[in-house]
Design a protein around this ligand. Sequence first.
Ligand SMILES: *Cc1c(COP(=O)(O)O)cnc(C)c1O
Length: 380
Amino acid sequence: MEKYIEKFKSLKTPFYWYDMELLEETLAKVKQESDKYNFHVHYAIKANANLPILEKMVLHGFGSDCVSGNEITRSLEAGFKNNDIVFAGVGKSDEEICIGLENDIFCFNVESLPELEVINELASKLGKLAKIALRINPNVNASTHHYITTGLEENKFGINMWEMEDVLLALDKCKAINLIGLHFHIGSQIMDLLSFKGLCLRVNEIQEWFFARQIIVDHINVGGGLGIDYVHPDENSMPDFKSYFKLFHDFLEVRPKQKVHFELGRALVGQCGSLITKVLYVKNGVKTNFAIVDAGMTELIRPALYQATHTIENLTSKGCSKKYDVVGPICESSDCFGKALILPETKRGDILALRSTGAYGEVMASSYNLRSIALAHYSK
Ligand SMILES: *Cc1c(COP(=O)(O)O)cnc(C)c1O
């Protein structure tokens, strides 16, 4: 990032910076490793919905994974094909379902019995046949932060297996619905690949359950959740995609002609983004010092929302090390990016980079305290 410091000094802070070369490299690697097994990857656009980033996804042949009607519209604007769009979410509104139906998207990932009935009703009104996958709660523990685990029975997501007989009975009556897939997603920021092995084994059991009832679907969607290294963003600028896809190849029992779909968000874009911020004031304290920066939880809420930590670098100081709490200007005590961090001596005007903020950073920005929304800049 050194080579961009002069540019950073000339731009209004705070802003998001995207390393488009790293993004390219990451996407090329994902494509290479997933193509080995004929796997199809959708990009979970809720991680980062900026058009230049979406356009790169389209160029690499990925589909999109949406969780709102506006994300479907944004996907189409960015150039994703309608038949490459999947739509998940526990609370799809009637209006959002109609956006999906009118655009003939590839698949609705259905999360409950009442949702199934509403999609059927709306589809028959519009004279459409809705393609759906059942989002099944596999009851697999993803060993990640409890706010971002989604695959346990106590989570609000998906349909539990004990409800499935009722769902199949309902499906028989839903004439405007075509069941084409089974969908799973166990959580986010999963660093232990063994969690995904657990998912594969559970999916195999669930497929047997359906097979015993003469049901074989066209595709299995195993969701996303592959994590990134927030502590060593330079050493591990990319997750181990090779082992990740190989694991699914090795452990998932796929039926003849059945396709496997993935929905990756963070793993594709997380490392390519940094939040660049300027130091406004340094306050010397008793136990620690405070570096007060011009970015806050309005630009990056992950630390306040789920105790996430981002590597913080001072790009403009080479002084000797001191201890700092790096905090934002927002009137909330949780508006803190890191406590007792060792940084080179920091002064007003220094430029700091909060690394690995390409996913769930800019998209979660708010205008709390009536703050302006930060801009995005790209390395090319
Ligand atoms: C958020 C989400 C994803 C992507 O999760 P990542 O951890 O960013 O890979 C995939 N599928 C569904 C259904 C999601 O809600």
